[in-house]
Design a protein around this ligand. Sequence first.
Ligand code: HEC
Ligand code: HEC
Ligand code: HEC
Ligand code: HEC
Ligand code: HEC
Length: 259
Amino acid sequence: MAQIFHPSTNVLANVSLVAVVVLPLGLLVGGSAISRSPWNTHVGLAKDQPAPFSHQHHAVELGIDCRYCHNSVEKSPYSNVPSTATCYTCHSQIWTNSPLLEPVRNSVATGQPLRWNQLHTVPDFVYFNHAVHVNRGLNCNVCHGPIQKEMMTYKGKPFFMAWCLNCHRNPEEYVGKREDVFSVYKKYQMDQPVVEDEAKLSDEEKKKLADTHLTPEQAALMDSGDYKRSNDEVEKGKELLSKYKVKKQQLSDCSVCHR
Ligand code: HEC
Ligand code: HEC
Ligand code: HEC
Ligand code: HEC
Ligand code: HEC
């Protein structure tokens, strides 16, 4: 019987079959890789800013507390960025001729605020509250990455819904002591080494350490913002949840964030 199709068409048929299966898969995988890539999420990318402000300079080398500039972060739903008046408490006296501070001087002279480009945002239909989170001992770096060592501030985490939910479903993996939220930067500034095996120390030694040394968790927070708690630490997290009376079951209800 005469061949209707030339044998090479088999190859073609196979290739197109494979393409039918592989292409959409590729698009799916590629698509989600794109939606998770820094190009789309902006994680790790700095934006152009009106002045080259460095957290590393100000928060660590000079040791200025976060709340000196972000003074509403533990009291209000919103965290503010400082006005140039705050910068001018120092820069009317120091580094007054620096060309890098020209925009700050202009802003003070004209009364026009500096327009900092916001890096971390959630859409309008999402409710967020800083004070609630900070008062549950969640350090800034859990959500913003290692701000204190950044020369140019960049976005530290993706801020997807799934990212919020991951913590809302397992808050015992993250909640901490309220008083540690800001003191950890002081410890970081003192640059004390991490003590891996605290269990072996006497109570007095432990107490002394607590004031100066970063725990492994704190060191990881200062380094990247990411840390996986041990079972013991998760148990302590659970104790804190009940102390704080956090209603974990309701924390992932849609109405918590979409009101
Ligand atoms: C508590 C005092 C203080 C405050 C408040 C302060 N700064 Fe500074 N800033 C300094 C000091 C000190 C330096 C010099 C640091 C160094 O180079 O070691 C500096 C350096 C700088 C530089 C680099 C200047 C250069 O020529 O290298 C810029 C830009 C800057 N600050 C911007 C700001 C902005 C913007 C604000 C407000 C959001 C601000 N600063 C608030 C103390 C302060
Ligand atoms: C001297 C003032 C000053 C101090 C101290 C300071 N900040 Fe900032 N911060 C700023 C300014 C100005 C901006 C806006 C410019 C930028 O993004 O770099 C900013 C931006 C930020 C942002 C990004 C906001 C956004 O756009 O999404 C975060 C997060 C942040 N700061 C956290 C911190 C933390 C955490 C500390 C303490 C370790 C701290 N800041 C200390 C002045 C300060
Ligand atoms: C649980 C996560 C979380 C923690 C912890 C957290 N933030 Fe934020 N932060 C956010 C979210 C979400 C936004 C965006 C809010 C919005 O778009 O209204 C944000 C925005 C900001 C901004 C930008 C505000 C603006 O108007 O430009 C600053 C500054 C800031 N945070 C500082 C801090 C500081 C300082 C701390 C620690 C004391 C902190 N944050 C702790 C999640 C967090
Ligand atoms: C690292 C952990 C963590 C992350 C990340 C986190 N949350 Fe929360 N959030 C909590 C905890 C813990 C509470 C419970 C506070 C309480 O009940 O006292 C909470 C409470 C809330 C509340 C209730 C506040 C109120 O006034 O009752 C809202 C709204 C909320 N979170 C929104 C968000 C959004 C939006 C995001 C992501 C942009 C987010 N959270 C990311 C831990 C987190
Ligand atoms: C812990 C806070 C939180 C909770 C709880 C939450 N969401 Fe969201 N949701 C968000 C955030 C943040 C975004 C914005 C994500 C972004 O910008 O990529 C969002 C976005 C959305 C969107 C817009 C589409 C999208 O993916 O961007 C829809 C629809 C949505 N949420 C539905 C829900 C439903 C339904 C529930 C309950 C099952 C829920 N959300 C619970 C924080 C939350």
